[in-house]
Design a binder for this molecule. Structure first.
Ligand code: FDA
Length: 402
């Protein structure tokens, strides 16, 4: 093997986690090779946040990690998130003069384009030279073989071979396969004896069937709701689609949902208990439909009122009947028959088990020199910048140990 094929570390995957790991190691004076089968870096960054990249969330801190990151070990993400914080990434963005704004709930987006984030990360990789390091890239490079012999990882791609004493698995999860997403990380993890927590699509729209199919007629209608699954609740917009339910509140709750479970929607989250009885006193000649139409889209109000099945004036309805209607409207039971799957899932729940990894360095406990970062690992954030913050933080955690 020629000398130039030997690196300090090989990083598989040039997404957010792989790039952050590469620039950290490169600026630490390491020679790094990043291999990706895509045509260029950060493909998911480019399409994220509707092209404006929701690059972090000011609340994606170690203090909130247990609640806002799902994992078989809810404490695992705290260490990396505590050492590389949203402020660290915001400072980097500001250094590059990238304008950004908070949209809602701590979510930070570029004013311009997600491309600025990818360009910034690539420029940071270029800075490695000044520290005696280097980051090389191989794109259009499917990986055909990974071996571990005599303390070195030997990777074969495009008929070429490279080796290094450290290997970083940063190939993400299988969500959005048409963008080149694969379950490659899981195969590799198993090859090295690491466990994989069963992966499943998350932050994903629901599909509706059965009696709920009527709601598909409302495709395009949205409402500010509270979505509930078990004891977990999210207040945000829900969107009715031609397949079922989507929108931020639904995507969030989908990460907590299991097949067969109902999802409750509160269509009128600001109404106090007893509001329908109050309406009966204030506007006795109104109907459930007319009352609903004053707060919800007309078509949604129609369907909900038709399903409740009371056309009479409120004055003619018993209080008990109004209480039942109110209860239904505050926790409308949908029974999703599935999700739109990996084709539409923003992230993958589960992944390489954190049991086998150091939370400080992301290194495999049983395979020195093997690191796993980003979405490939069993750490999945809420919607709204949490997943990129995990990609950055886990990338830095591994990159500073290479
Ligand atoms: P990522 O998937 O980004 O990178 C993995 C890399 O590995 C890819 O470049 C891929 O080509 C490569 N790869 C895969 N298999 C390979 C193989 N077999 N051989 C070689 N290379 C291989 N999050 C957030 O915080 N804010 C947001 O705004 C959004 N928006 C968003 C929109 C959409 C449509 C999606 C699908 C996802 C988001 N996300 C998000 C989630 C976020 O994009 C995701 O969590 C991170 O990109 C994960 O970063 P990773 O680097 O771990 O994986």
């Amino acid at each position: 093997m020629v000398k130039s094929d030997q690196y300090d570390a090989i990083i598989l995957g040039a997404g957010g986690a792989g790039l952050m790991c590469a620039l950290t190691a490169g600026q630490g004076g390491k020679r790094v090779l990043v291999i990706d089968h895509a045509s260029g870096p950060g493909k998911k960054i480019l399409i994220s946040g509707g092209g404006r990249c929701n690059f972090t969330n000011v609340n994606a801190t170690s203090a909130n990690a247990q609640e806002r990151y799902l994992s078989a070990n809810p404490h695992f993400a705290k260490s990396a998130l505590g050492r590389y914080t949203p402020s660290n990434f915001i400072d980097l963005v500001a250094d590059y003069g990238i304008a950004f704004h908070e949209k809602t709930l701590g979510q930070l987006f570029c004013d311009g384009s997600a491309r600025q984030i990818v360009e910034m990360l690539m420029a940071e990789c270029d800075k490695s030279i000044a520290s005696g390091g280097d980051v090389d890239f191989a794109f259009h490079a499917p990986i055909s073989d990974v071996r571990h012999t005599d303390g070195r990882f030997i990777v074969t791609y495009n008929g070429l071979t490279a080796s290094a004493p450290a290997l970083v698995v940063a190939t993400g999860g299988p969500s959005i396969p048409k963008m080149g997403a694969t379950g490659f990380a899981y195969d590799l993890a198993r090859q090295f004896g690491l466990k994989v927590v069963e992966p499943r699509p998350a932050l994903v729209p629901f599909t509706l069937g059965g009696d709920d199919i009527l709601f598909r007629e409302l495709s395009g209608v949205s409402a500010d709701v509270v979505a509930r699954c078990g004891k977990i609740r999210f207040r945000e917009a829900a969107l009715l689609t031609h397949k079922g339910l989507s929108g931020p509140a639904i995507l969030q709750i989908s990460s907590y949902w299991r097949h067969g479970e109902p999802v409750g929607i509160n269509f009128l989250p600001d109404q106090p208990q007893g509001w329908l009885r109050q309406c009966k006193r204030d506007k006795p000649r109104s109907t459930i439909k007319s009352v609903l139409a004053s707060s919800l889209s007309g078509r949604l109000a129609d369907i909900l009122a038709d399903r409740i099945g009371e056309q009479s004036n409120l004055a003619d309805l018993q209080d008990r009947r109004l209480e039942e209607a109110e209860h239904l409207l505050s926790d409308w039971p949908f029974l999703p028959n599935g999700t739109e799957g990996y084709a539409k899932a923003e992230v993958t729940l589960g992944g390489i088990s954190t049991d086998g990894l150091s939370q400080k360095s992301m290194e495999a406990k049983t395979v020195p020199g093997l690191f796993c970062i980003g979405e490939a690992v069993d750490v999945t954030g809420w919607l709204g910048g949490y997943n990129f913050q995990w990609a950055w933080a886990s990338g830095v955690a591994a990159g500073s140990e290479l």
